[in-house]
Design a protein around this ligand. Structure first.
Ligand SMILES: *[C@@H]1O[C@H](CO)[C@@H](O)[C@H](O)[C@H]1NC(C)=O
Ligand SMILES: *[C@@H]1O[C@H](CO)[C@@H](O)[C@H](O)[C@H]1NC(C)=O
Ligand SMILES: *[C@@H]1O[C@H](CO)[C@@H](O)[C@H](O)[C@H]1NC(C)=O
Ligand SMILES: *[C@@H]1O[C@H](CO)[C@@H](O)[C@H](O)[C@H]1NC(C)=O
Ligand SMILES: *[C@@H]1O[C@H](CO)[C@@H](O)[C@H](O)[C@H]1NC(C)=O
Ligand SMILES: *[C@@H]1O[C@H](CO)[C@@H](O)[C@H](O)[C@H]1NC(C)=O
Ligand SMILES: *[C@@H]1O[C@H](CO)[C@@H](O)[C@H](O)[C@H]1NC(C)=O
Ligand SMILES: *[C@@H]1O[C@H](CO)[C@@H](O)[C@H](O)[C@H]1NC(C)=O
Length: 445
């Protein structure tokens, strides 16, 4: 008996390793990233756990989810955008951007100077520019600019959202949100949308709300007004569409996803009345937050993973003590990496217990038309809380342009869903075979 066990274990190990090799190499060959549906199935290699289980659990493999890919509708447009990850400036030949800047520049205050980080130096203590970074000012001191939104107006409601995506390894997280029937607001970075357009498309197709988080995530108050404009303009220009004619308004989300957002969040919350004026002139509502998990700031020194845990716990205590009984709130979290997304999943059920409602920020505002395009809607707050989480989202530009009206000039592939399900089927087949082999091997007398 003892002998048999000893013989079995190394044999099993070899088999499992062989299975891994087969599955992971199969995946590398078969993954076909031409649609958000296909992209959404990529969760990396599969590992049988426990060894005798008949169903196999998928573990996300960031290395595979994050392998770079070429998506022609976006890749073919990249010379009309700033380099990925670089600070934006208006491209010299971009006449649409130049014209737009010309029409709005007159309304941008010139009396407000550029800031340095961190705040300090000779900036006046009375905060004349309503600089959030200095003292969390959200009510502009200049006339004609609306205040920032920092809470969810509905009672006992959390305006649920995540900064810095799309993350290339977000499939587990988005699957989780789907399983919880939970929608959120995603504040996407334009450069990330350019790198991972299918991930951005998935967020829209899943019914989440998309807001702008600039092209390259700079401290906006340190930029010239023209460059600050470009940081927003090029995000918007890069919209989530396969209709490549440039929107006259705002642009990367448009190319990649097909909608033009009307909300934004300044990176680091770094906004003053000059930056507010630029965003306002581009039709964007500024969404801030009241509470911060600091999940993106873990540096192993002053901010540790324990700090983030404590922030979540203290936020839950604040909610539990009735603080949001009459007005809801907004909590800062990130779709940045495995840690930030894992924390969000870990605390989701406790947050659900602490609030009556968890909704995208736009839903808490009854903002039924979140994009410039009028053919994509969000439910009202009442609709959402009574179970209507999406309103004719199937009519969204992505779904329709990928499934029914592809532009032949873009090399856009149709029917990639079939290919994706083929991949999924091959995975399942491989799983079954591997499991069968494991069972045969281990059950052999
Ligand atoms: C700007 O010039 C680049 C080449 O330098 C070209 O590829 C791109 O299409 C031009 N963009 C516009 C908006 O004309
Ligand atoms: C593409 O967008 C332009 C302007 O946004 C619009 O006039 C045109 O009808 C659209 N084309 C398609 C095929 O959707
Ligand atoms: C908040 O609402 C809960 C549930 O209705 C109630 O039990 C609690 O007493 C309220 N707390 C405050 C401070 O109003
Ligand atoms: C992701 O984070 C969770 C929780 O911190 C951890 O258990 C898991 O091993 C991490 N996964 C990867 C791939 O790093
Ligand atoms: C949203 O609509 C509901 C129902 O009409 C209303 O009670 C609520 O005050 C609205 N909320 C906002 C923020 O407008
Ligand atoms: C989406 O729904 C709204 C309201 O229900 C309706 O007015 C609109 O025509 C619909 N749009 C499409 C493209 O179906
Ligand atoms: C939605 O509107 C945009 C621009 O107005 C258009 O390009 C797109 O084809 C429309 N999609 C649907 C499904 O009507
Ligand atoms: C990916 O899928 C599309 C649509 O099914 C197909 O046209 C294309 O050839 C596939 N590409 C690869 C590399 O398999």
């Amino acid at each position: 008996m003892q002998l048999v066990e000893e013989l079995r274990v190394p044999g099993l190990f070899t088999l499992v390793l062989l299975g891994h090799a087969l599955l992971s190499s199969g995946a590398a060959i078969d993954v076909n990233r031409t649609s958000e549906q296909g992209e959404a199935t990529i969760t990396g290699i599969s590992i049988p756990v426990p060894l005798f289980a008949t169903s196999l659990k998928n573990y996300a493999d960031p290395a595979q989810e994050c392998s770079p890919y070429n998506y022609p509708p976006v890749a073919n447009q990249m010379n009309s955008f700033p380099a990925i990850g670089s600070k934006a400036s208006i491209l010299p030949n971009d006449s649409a951007a130049l014209d737009k800047w010309k029409t709005i520049s007159g309304s941008i205050p010139t009396s407000i100077g550029l800031k340095t980080q961190p705040p300090g130096g000779d900036y006046p203590a009375n905060d004349p520019d309503c600089w959030w970074t200095y003292q969390q000012c959200t009510i502009p001191k200049q006339n004609g600019i609306p205040p920032d939104l920092e809470d969810a107006p509905e009672p006992s409601t959390l305006g649920y959202g995540f900064d810095d995506g799309p993350s290339c390894s977000h499939n587990d997280f988005l699957d989780f949100l789907q399983s919880q029937k939970q929608k959120a607001t995603f504040y996407f970075i334009g450069s990330n949308v350019a790198s991972y357009p299918l991930e951005a498309q998935r967020a829209l197709a899943d019914g989440h709300e998309i807001c702008i988080h600039t092209w390259s995530h700079p401290y906006m108050t340190t930029l010239s007004s023209e460059d600050a404009f470009a940081e927003i303009w090029y995000f918007v220009t890069f919209s989530f569409n396969c209709n490549l004619s440039m929107s006259p308004q705002i642009q990367m989300v448009k190319v990649a996803v097909g909608v033009t957002p009307t909300c934004w969040r300044p990176p680091y919350g770094d906004i003053d009345d000059r930056i507010r004026a630029i965003a306002n002139a581009l039709g964007l509502q500024t969404i801030m937050w009241e509470y911060d998990t600091a999940d993106a700031s873990v540096n192993g020194q002053s901010i540790t993973e324990d700090t983030v845990e404590n922030n979540y716990i203290s936020f839950l205590q604040t909610a539990g003590s009735g603080t949001f009984n009459s007005t809801g709130t907004i909590l800062l979290m990130h779709e940045l990496n495995n840690f930030t997304m894992s924390e969000a999943m870990k605390y989701y059920s406790q947050i659900s217990n602490a609030f009556q409602y968890i909704v995208p920020v736009g839903v808490s505002l009854n903002k039924t038309q979140p994009y410039l395009e009028n053919n994509y809607s969000l439910p009202t707050f009442e609709q959402y809380i009574s179970g209507t989480l999406m309103v004719n989202a199937s009519a969204s530009p992505i779904t329709s342009s990928l499934s029914s009206t592809p532009s032949p000039t873009l090399g856009q592939s149709v029917g990639s869903t079939n290919s994706a399900s083929r991949v999924a089927m091959e995975f399942r087949l491989a799983h079954v075979l591997l499991t069968a082999l494991v069972l045969v091997f281990t059950c052999r007398p």
